[in-house]
Design a binder for this molecule. Sequence first.
Ligand code: MG
Ligand code: MG
Length: 247
Amino acid sequence: MGGRTREELRHMRAAGRVVAEMHDEIRAAIRPGVTTGELDRIGREVIARRGARSNFLGYHGFPAVICASPNDVIVHGIPGPTVLEEGDIISIDCGAVVEGWHGDAAFTAPVGEVSAEASELIEVTRRSLMAGIAAMVPGARMGDVGHAVQSVVEAAGYSVVHEYVGHGIGRAMHEKPEVPNLGRPGKGIKLQRGMTLAIEPMVNVGAPDTFLTEDGWTVVTADRLLSAHWEHTVAITDDGPEILTLP
Ligand code: MG
Ligand code: MG
């Protein structure tokens, strides 16, 4: 991937704002009794209102504009009749395309009152994302980013999922390079100004092992313990990392 021009970054910010707006409206609707299908409908409304396009809908046949991944689902849960209940956690991942440029971001939220463990998992995963973003400066190595994420997660006693990683993003949702959530400082490719990357730690309370269920999409923890997922699309600039998926 080449460095993004000022104009290209402007389009990516616009796509990122649509994603942030989807997040805000979906987050506001998360409560006991709501279905994940209803959350998808809210996402569709935002995309239509903004004249954007979904990069999730139809992706290798994916049937929705959001991934909705409750509790032990790590990623790629399909929204539908599943009713969220008090004490659940729910990861929402979605994206949007504006003028051919992509945004992609995810968050995990509590449903009503949740356990202290669930609440801590959500917060540690969010902090690991922000630590990874802070490491995304020109001249740093990809291993520095993964190491920053991994350090926050492992200090809390949780585990980082290995099999699913972040990615370059721009004219396509998934571009080179991969952005792993673990790494060794000073190793990997050098980060350069103008790169745009989606960084997305997936964090398990228990073991890192994953299991792909029979629908071919839904990835769950092998030990069926809780998992959380946070993601932003970030541009590497001379002034440091710029989060593009913000309101
Ligand atoms: Mg995503
Ligand atoms: Mg992504």
